[in-house]
Write a new protein. Structure first.
Lengths: 250, 442
């Protein structure tokens, strides 16, 4: 579904991704862990099409299409979703209108008519209940005045509304208390299916107790240096990253 | 603070700042106009003495007037039908229409008489003597020019306690080239009366010349007035609008000014709060593109205690357009317990667009609450990316942010049909999908 080959990206003069390889098959959940500054969020941004980054080499194949050729809007409409580490507040734009525009953008891409108002509101109700946001979205601007936990739940709500083929969760666990973490993880787990894949970026093993990954990768200095199963995350939690730098890279 | 201190700056008679070459251009304009129509003969003494605006006259510093120094011709078209326009510029609006074309009253297209308890007639048909020069005519050359040449306009008198059953739409349309159109509206709203006014200005694609509209409005105690002002003029028209609104005790006036389109627009909106307990609201938005120019000069003069004023102007400037915002708020020594709020936000979409913004507050009373804010910035790139990452197209995402930026002002239009038509016209001008947020209330 997603095949990343020798991906290199920089911001300004600084090279951040230095030849990253990763293949994600349908239905798989991959976790990426790594020390601060290793390039985790850069990977998420480059995949979503943030223009601040220059892709200087490599390729990303998404459902047999060249992902890097598409702009951010097109990537989203083609089924890619990024849950932001820091969801953006947009004062004056209501959650409801924002999501309706997003849903209709995708429908247009698929050759469908805009969704009917009533159907849309029913869909909102159904998906909001998934992350326990029922009744908390109406008459409020996008993320404005939301608590940290509400913002992250809103990301998962948006993901559920858009039903992506491939979702990247960028430190979705950061800033969450245990209850919110459980709600967010339940939302993600409810969406796991044989034809939907996830890339979960996190600092902490804790999230992976709830969202159990098929593979865990360690990103150090712009490259994946070690891959394993969920037990690798436990080992990282226990031993930190230094042993990798010493044993694996050296 | 003694409480007796007199304002120093606001009433100061400045030495006229005469620029001889500009003065000569102004005189040439007056001579050219004299050939076109009979002047009123009023305000001529002020015209001679006042400085013709140029860059060194403070209130005209960033407002280029060179477009006025041109030739003018008598208009050929005098009716809305001959101009080929829709009878009402706002679809579905049920209003009393008062229509002027090229500065002339179009009786055929107008709905007179209006309502019992309301005297509404064109100035040319009234017997009463024209009003004497007010502060604006005594201090501003273009305002004096209006009084010297405006032989037409609407004279409106709303009797005590009358609540007008539908909005009163004053539509001015400019058609053809090189026209010089002057209108002078005199409005009196008696105590406890209520009226909704709409001033709508349009012109055709080939139009050029000047439009100079003066409105004098006296609002008696307890009266409630809403004015929705929309400017949507195509072509090369230069539009000057002066409004002087005097409010008596416990009256409420709200003015919303939306500039959709206009090659050159200047709004000079002035409130004088003369009685205790008045409430004034003045909001506006402007979205010039290409080389359009929009200027909003406002003055709120708090002369009495316990009044509130609230002002919000939002501008989004595209292309190589330019804008001016100048917001004066005076709080005179006796105007204690004043609550005055002013906000001006500007977004420069390109690096060629410019805005000159200047809040000016002069406060001479010591027990007041006055706040103001002024911002100039760009579109929020992070918000744009967020929207795009959800599959929203770039132009739709921008339209969404625009809507958020001017939403409060749009929502403030008194007449719902006006608001909807304004949104529709903005969407057409900027190529957005028509925006509607009816779902929220569904």
């Amino acid at each position: 579904m997603v095949n990343i080959k020798e991906l290199k990206a920089s911001i300004g003069e600084t090279q951040i991704l230095k030849g990253l390889n990763l293949e994600i098959k349908p239905g798989e959940v991959h976790a990426i862990m790594g020390p601060n500054g290793s390039g985790k969020s850069t990977l998420a941004s480059v995949l979503a099409g943030r223009e601040d980054y220059d892709v200087t080499g490599g390729s990303v194949d998404f459902d047999s299409r060249d992902l890097l050729e598409m702009d951010a809007t097109e990537r989203a409409r083609s089924g890619l979703f990024l849950a932001f580490q820091y969801p953006v507040e947009i004062p004056g734009v209501s959650n409801i209108n924002f999501m309706r525009a997003a849903v209709n953008g995708k429908r247009e891409h698929e050759g469908l008519d805009p969704i009917k108002g009533k159907d849309f509101l029913n869909l909102v109700k159904e998906k909001a209940s998934l992350v326990e946001l029922d009744g908390r979205l109406r008459n409020r601007s996008v993320n404005e005045g939301f608590s940290g936990g509400e913002k992250k739940r809103n990301e998962i709500f948006q993901m559920a509304m858009l039903e992506p083929r491939f979702a990247v969760l960028d430190e979705t666990d950061s800033g969450l208390d245990i209850d919110a973490l459980r709600i967010v993880a339940n939302g993600v787990n409810a969406m796991r299916s044989p034809d939907r894949s996830f890339l979960v970026i996190t600092h902490y093993q804790r999230l992976l107790d709830y969202i159990v990954p098929d593979f865990v990768h360690v990103l150090v200095d712009g490259k994946i240096v070690l891959s394993g199963d969920k037990d690798l995350a436990l080992k990282l939690e226990e031993k930190g990253y230094d042993w990798i730098k010493e044993d694996v890279i050296a | 603070m003694t409480g007796t201190a007199e304002p120093i700056v606001m009433d100061l008679q400045r030495k006229p700042n005469i620029h001889p070459a500009t003065q000569a251009k102004g005189e040439a304009l007056i001579a050219a106009l004299a050939d076109l129509r009979t002047g009123t003969g009023l305000a001529t003494e002020y015209l001679k003495e006042l400085p013709v605006p140029h860059r060194r006259v403070e209130r005209w510093k960033h407002t280029p007037v060179s477009g006025f120094w041109t030739t003018y011709e008598a208009p050929r078209v005098q009716t809305i039908q001959a101009a080929g326009c829709e009878a009402c510029p706002v679809p579905g609006l049920h209003a009393y229409r008062i229509v002027f074309v090229n500065g002339m009253f179009d009786a055929e297209a107008s709905d007179l008489p209006v309502h019992s308890g309301v005297r509404c007639e064109p100035v040319s048909m009234t017997a009463s003597a024209p009003a004497e020069a007010g502060n604006l005519e005594k201090s501003d050359w273009f305002a004096a020019l209006n009084q010297a040449h405006a032989t037409e306009g609407m004279k409106l008198h709303v009797d005590k306690g009358v609540v007008l059953d539908r909005p009163l739409l004053v539509h001015h349309h400019t058609h053809g080239q090189k026209s010089a159109n002057f209108l002078r509206h005199e409005i009196q709203v008696e105590s406890n009366a209520q009226v909704q006014l709409i001033h709508w200005s349009t012109s055709n694609e080939e139009a050029s010349g000047m439009v100079n509209i003066m409105m004098q409005m006296d609002v008696a105690s307890g009266a409630i007035v809403a004015l929705d002002k929309v400017q949507d003029e195509a072509g090369q028209v230069h539009h000057l609008a002066f409004e002087q609104i005097n409010q008596a005790q416990a009256s409420q006036v709200r003015v919303h000014t939306g500039t959709i389109q206009g090659k050159w627009v200047r709004n000079d909106l002035n409130f004088r709060l003369d009685g205790e307990g008045c409430d004034a609201v003045l909001n506006g938005f402007f979205l010039p593109k290409d080389s359009e120019f929009v200027d909003n000069h406002t003055t709120v003069d708090h002369c009495a205690a316990h009044c509130t004023s609230s002002e919000q102007y939002q501008g989004i400037l595209y292309g190589s357009s330019s804008g001016v915002f100048n917001g004066k708020v005076f709080v005179r020594p006796h105007a204690q317990q004043t609550n005055a709020y002013q906000q001006n936000g500007n977004i420069l979409v390109t690096d060629k667009a410019t805005i000159n913004a200047k809040p000016e507050l002069e406060i001479y009373a010591d027990d007041v609450k006055c706040s103001h804010g002024c911002t100039i910035g760009q579109f929020d790139e992070e918000a744009l990316f967020y929207a795009r990452s959800r599959g929203i197209g770039e132009s739709e995402a921008k339209a969404m942010l625009v809507h958020a930026f001017i939403g409060d002002v749009l929502d403030g239009f008194a007449v719902q049909e006006v608001r909807m038509e304004v949104e529709h016209r903005l969407a057409t001008k900027h190529g957005w999908d028509t925006w509607n947020d009816t779902l929220e209330s569904a």
